[in-house]
Design a protein around this ligand. Structure first.
Ligand code: DX5
Ligand code: ZN
Length: 248
C-alpha cells in the first residue's frame, strides 16, 4: 500500500523524486585563478559547474572560448554545464564538446528565429557532436509553450530568470509559471533556473519544479561559500518536501 501510494505521488509530482543540484556560475569566480576556483568550489559542494559562454552578439558581453573551457575541464571532476549565449550554437557545439562540455545548452531564440523545426535540427546536431546532455534555454520574455513540441528531445530546459549577459541581476518572479507549466506537461528532464538565485528566491524555484539551481553572485560573493551552498540545498529540498509525504 505504502509503496503504491508513494509511486502515485511521484507520478503526480515528478519533481519530488529529484535531488536539488547546485550549479555555481563561474562567471562570478576570480578569473585570475580559475583553476584554483574550480577546485575550491567543487570541494565546497558544487554539483555542476555552470559556464556562461557569451559571444558579444546574442548578448552584450563576451566570456569564455573553448580553450578556457578546456582549462576548466582539465581540473574539474564535476560536470561542465555549458550555457551557450551565442547566435550560432550549431557552429560552436563541436568545439565546446571537444573542450569538455558535459551538458550543452543553446538558446531557443537563436535557432530558426525560435522554432521547433530549428530546435530539432539543433538537437540533432548537438547529439551528432557527441554532447552528453542537450539543453534548451529561453529568455524571460520568450513563451515556453512552443517548446512543448520538442520536450522529448532535450535533457534539460534552462529557464532564464534574468535577461542573459550579466551576473548580479534581480530575480524575475514571473518566469516561475514556465516551470510549473513544464512539469504539468509531464516533463521529466532537468529544469534549471538561472539568474538572481539566492537564499530568498531558491525555495520558490524548487516549489515550482526546478531541480538545478545556477547562482553566481550569491555563491561567489558569499563570505562562506560552503555554508551558502549547503543552505541553498537545504532550502531547495525543504520547498518540495512537504508534498512528499502526501500532505494534503
Ligand atoms: C547570466 C548568466 C548567469 C549568471 C547568473 O547571463 O547566464 O549564469 O552568471 O548570475 P547571478 O546568479 O549573479 O544572477
Ligand atoms: Zn547561465
Amino acid at each position: 500500500m505504502a509503496s503504491t501510494q508513494s509511486a502515485d505521488i511521484e507520478m503526480a509530482s515528478p519533481r519530488l523524486t529529484r535531488t536539488p543540484l547546485i550549479a555555481p556560475s563561474l562567471l562570478s569566480c576570480d578569473f585570475g585563478h580559475i583553476a584554483r576556483e574550480v577546485r575550491a568550489i567543487e570541494e565546497e559542494g558544487a554539483d555542476w559547474l555552470h559556464v556562461d559562454v557569451m559571444d558579444g552578439h546574442f548578448v552584450p558581453n563576451m566570456t569564455f572560448g573553448p580553450p578556457l573551457v578546456k582549462a576548466m575541464g582539465a581540473v574539474a571532476t564535476r560536470p561542465l554545464d555549458v550555457h551557450l549565449m551565442v547566435t550560432n550554437p550549431i557552429e560552436y557545439a563541436p568545439n565546446y564538446v571537444a573542450a569538455g562540455a558535459d551538458i550543452l545548452t543553446y538558446h531557443w531564440e537563436t535557432v530558426g528565429g525560435g522554432s521547433a523545426a530549428g530546435a530539432r535540427v539543433t538537437n540533432r546536431a548537438f547529439r551528432d557532436a557527441g554532447v552528453g546532455k542537450v539543453g534548451v534555454s529561453i529568455n524571460p520574455n520568450t513563451p515556453v509553450e512552443p517548446l512543448g513540441e520538442i520536450l522529448d528531445e532535450v535533457d534539460l530546459v534552462l529557464v532564464m530568470s534574468v535577461f542573459p549577459g550579466f551576473g548580479g541581476q534581480r530575480f524575475m518572479e514571473e518566469v516561475l509559471g514556465k516551470v510549473t507549466w513544464l512539469r504539468e506537461q509531464g516533463y521529466q528532464g532537468h529544469i534549471e533556473m538561472d539568474g538572481g538565485i539566492n537564499g530568498e528566491t531558491i525555495g520558490r524555484c524548487a516549489a515550482a519544479g526546478t531541480d538545478v539551481f545556477v547562482a553566481g553572485s550569491a555563491i561567489f560573493g558569499a563570505s562562506d561559500r560552503r555554508a551558502t551552498m549547503a543552505e541553498f540545498r537545504q532550502r531547495a529540498a525543504a520547498a518540495s518536501r512537504p508534498l512528499e509525504g502526501g500532505v494534503s
